[in-house]
Design a binder for this molecule. Structure first.
Ligand code: FE2
Length: 433
């Protein structure tokens, strides 16, 4: 194991430091894995290859690595981690999900998705058939009713060429691009996430915009080519899914990496829940994890073009997930990581405006909690919450399975991994036959 984890770069310290590829089978289980969980948990994140430029490394540019855990009949069959191999350039490092019988590793900024199989073998197959435009996003939204992925993508190479546009793209149930609409903008915003409702796609044109002018002056030795523009007038685009017409409305000045979800309520208003940053990527603080985000709701009146903001919970929260079939539909629950100490998970009840806490342990740090509905679930929270947890005492990670209906209880099962899983970004549970 490498021993360089005292870097001055915060994103190379401790459990941010990369690991080598590995494989292990017949893993130790504490507790009992539910018999109905048969599948694969995958998680993507940055794992920079040597030699690492400690001064200038930024995790958004770290080489992608997928961590996979296969579970079958109550056993943890294997764990393996592999660098994302891409025939198209950069190995996507941000998300991994399955759609239309293919598993995709994903990133924003113009790099092509990469297809992999359930044994973490990477393919040079061209994503989305013969479509020439390979740009995508790490955060497409699934319309489960139509089995479509909806995405808003931007491309750094276009931004560098002063082309101010993003694309709205829809991938159908056959894995083909069925819609591709370029959208001209006034500026070059970083758009990490999007949101859908039954009739709209939400485009976040917020004050973090493309800029290469700060890199050599940045503190902390790392940077990403975007900057907070305090004079920016933040806008929300409401793209009508039928007509493709966009209505732009003014919204409060803030930034978001991740939405919780959005939907249209009975009165026709759009409800958007998200983790709200007051300011991010300003000149003196290029690190993306400065002041912590908090849970916020926007109520958007489409006719009036108005947006009413409510702070739902002022504790730091990030990496919210919901039931995977409820994107764009009304949700009651979300599972969210506490930002900062990372040692709590929240189950937030939007109906009761209350939350339960799952404490991971004082010396344990969690990651994005992924929700898995039971196969014949009877309620929105009739399922499991899973994810990796890093234990600072053992310097190893575990995969934990929590009963979502008894969220504060000890995990149903903990799978002890032979090594640690570095902090990373997003993942998915994939049911296997
Ligand atoms: Fe993300």
């Amino acid at each position: 194991m490498r021993n360089l984890r005292d870097s001055d770069n915060v994103f190379l310290k401790e459990n941010w430091y990369p690991v080598d590829e590995s494989y292990a089978d017949d893993l130790e289980i504490i507790g009992e894995i539910p018999a109905e969980l048969n599948g694969l948990f995958l998680r993507n994140g940055p794992n920079p290859k040597e030699p690492i430029d400690h001064k200038n490394y930024h995790p958004f540019f770290g080489d992608g690595m997928i961590h996979g855990l296969k579970i079958e009949n109550g056993k943890a069959l294997w764990y393996k981690n592999r660098y994302v191999e891409s025939s198209f350039g950069f190995g996507p490092n941000t998300h991994v999900l399955k759609h239309a019988d293919k598993i995709y590793a994903l990133v924003e900024g113009g790099s092509s998705p990469v297809i992999l199989d359930s044994n973490l073998n990477f393919s040079d197959e061209i994503p989305f058939s013969e479509n020439k435009e390979k740009r995508f996003t790490a955060h497409p939204k699934l319309d489960a009713t139509k089995n479509e992925l909806h995405a808003i993508s931007y491309d750094f190479s276009e931004y560098l060429s002063e082309v101010n546009r993003v694309h709205y793209r829809v991938v159908d149930g056959n894995g083909e691009i069925k819609t591709d609409i370029p959208i001209k903008l006034d500026s070059k915003p970083m758009i990490h996430d999007c949101a859908i409702t039954e009739n709209y796609v939400l485009i976040f044109d917020l004050p973090v915009t493309f800029s290469t002018g700060r890199r050599s002056d940045s503190k902390g030795g790392s940077d990403y080519p975007v900057i907070w523009d305090d004079s920016y007038r933040p806008k929300l685009g409401l793209l009508n899914r039928q007509s493709s017409q966009i209505k732009w409305i003014e919204v409060p000045k803030c930034f978001l990496f991740h939405v919780v979800n959005s939907y249209e309520d009975k009165s026709g208003k759009i409800i958007l829940d998200f983790c709200r940053y007051e300011k991010l990527f300003d000149f003196n603080n290029p690190l993306p994890f400065g002041k912590k985000p908090f849970l916020t709701r926007w109520e958007i009146d489409i006719e009036k073009g108005s947006c009413v903001e409510t702070i739902l919970d002022d504790r730091p929260m990030e990496f919210a997930r919901i039931h995977p079939e409820l994107e764009g539909k009304e949700h009651r629950f979300s599972y969210i990581l506490n930002d900062g100490s990372l040692n709590n998970l929240f189950k937030y009840d939007f109906l009761k405006d209350s939350s339960e806490v799952h404490h991971l342990g004082d010396n344990r740090k969690g990651a994005e909690p992924v929700y898995i509905p039971k196969l014949n679930s009877s309620a929105e929270d009739d399922g499991y919450v899973v994810g990796f947890v890093y234990d600072r005492e053992t310097d190893k990670s575990e995969f934990i399975i929590i009963d979502a209906e008894n969220f504060s209880d000890a995990p149903l099962a903990r799978v002890v991994l032979p090594s640690r899983v570095p902090f990373g970004f997003h993942g998915s549970w994939i049911n296997l036959e």
